[in-house]
Design a protein around this ligand. Structure first.
Ligand SMILES: [Zn+2]
Length: 152
């Protein structure tokens, strides 16, 4: 116990809060990023490696992973975004899986996830992975196309 969050760390967590969204469906700000509604509360868990956040809109608390598009995807963040990169570069689901080293099913899961949380993911892709808006537009149309195929 007694973990002190340094000034720098606090700043990073604040920045991070901007890429998170409220994971509670009944909340007015559910699934929306950049609303300034997410607040960093504390660190917790073994070695205090988990971050706890709170939504100011509905006052509920949630773990960082729950409020990110990665929730439930058993893949490290780096790989998750690597998959997106490969897709943006025009690779199909099978080649993307080969390049990144995951199954085609995982790639499919990620595509679905990206479709659901496109705003949050776009923000991270621009800020952290330096993708351009036009690349994200392409990604969006790729996802739409896939969705139509899956539905039919
Ligand atoms: Zn909320």
């Amino acid at each position: 116990m007694g973990w002190k969050v340094t000034e720098l760390e606090r700043k990073k967590l604040k920045e991070r809060a901007k890429t998170l969204f409220c994971p509670f469906e009944k909340c007015r700000d559910y699934n929306k990023v950049d609303r300034n509604n997410i607040l960093f509360i504390t660190k917790y868990g073994k070695d205090e490696h988990m971050n706890l956040y709170q939504c100011k809109t509905c006052k509920r608390k949630f773990s960082e992973r729950r409020g990110t598009p990665l929730f439930g995807v058993r893949l490290p963040e780096e790989k998750f975004y690597q998959v997106i990169r490969c897709l943006v570069e025009g690779n199909g689901t099978r080649p993307t899986g080969r390049i990144v080293g995951c199954t085609k099913d995982t790639v499919t899961t990620i595509i679905k996830r990206v479709g659901k949380h496109f705003d949050a993911i776009s923000q991270v892709m621009i800020d952290k992975y330096h993708l351009e808006e036009c690349q994200l537009d392409e990604l969006w149309s790729f996802i739409q196309k896939k969705r139509r195929i899956w539905k039919s």
